[in-house]
Design a protein around this ligand. Sequence first.
Ligand code: NCD
Length: 306
Amino acid sequence: MDTYLSTETEIPWRRAVLSVDQFSRSDIAELFMLADTLAAMPQKPLAGRTLANLFYEASTRTSSSFFAAMTRLGGTVIPINEVHYSSVSKGETLEDTVRTLECYTDAIVLRHYDNDAAERAVRVCEVPIINAGNGTGEHPTQALLDLYTIAKERRTIDGLTVTMMGDLKHGRTVHSLTKLLRMYDARLRFVSPPELRMPAEYLRDGDEQYDDLDAVIEDSDVLYVTRVQRERMQGGDKAPAFDFDYALTRDDMDRARDDMVLMHPLPRVGEIPTELDSDPRSAYFRQMKYGLYVRMGILAAVLGSI
Ligand code: NCD
């Protein structure tokens, strides 16, 4: 199954944000400058504009940060966070729901469990679609905020060793982040149980894959941890457990570099114990704040006023 979108490179990202493949390094630099500006200087460039948040899957951070970003920029939001209370429960198609919302809004943030959902939406919709997660495919705005976090915390991306650990098979954030990091001179390492490896389409010669963190913790500049996505596995919560000790320990952190950046897209379900939250290297709460600024930048750019 194609996990990414076939039209992504043809559509400019300011028209619809579908995949990280739409971004060049200079687009990213421009977006990050916009995020910096909007974070520092409150403005209301989106006054009178309306955004729809259309979420077919659970979300806390992505939906509320888009909501907060839009309202900080002076706009309003129609939140459809629980599609079961909308006409989706009556059998309405994604296409019809999207065509309805485009009558009332200037852009639609879409999260859906199907990998082709964002592309289907773009085909029928005049207003920009912002992909907030398409199944196990991509999560471009998360990856952009992840990259912004790395840039803020380390002042560079080139030359870093980035280790991703967890469910690399189903995690759309690590798929998008991997593609983005290919544009930089970063060394990538992937740590997962064999059943949850990074899909081949995202791998390149020279990538290193490991079964555990032991061999790589000491020289990682960034450690990006993700949860196991049981809801995407056959059998759901009843799917077999993995022979993989997930939880990061104080001992791991003692072995890690003093300037390592510990990231997680969240939610966490035990991979990072709360006792590590006070470690200055734990960046996952700062990561959310950076995400607000990046999403402000994306909205300002996509809605065309900046
Ligand atoms: C991620 C997602 O939805 O893909 N969450 C998020 O947007 N921060 C990661 C996850 O659900 O594990």
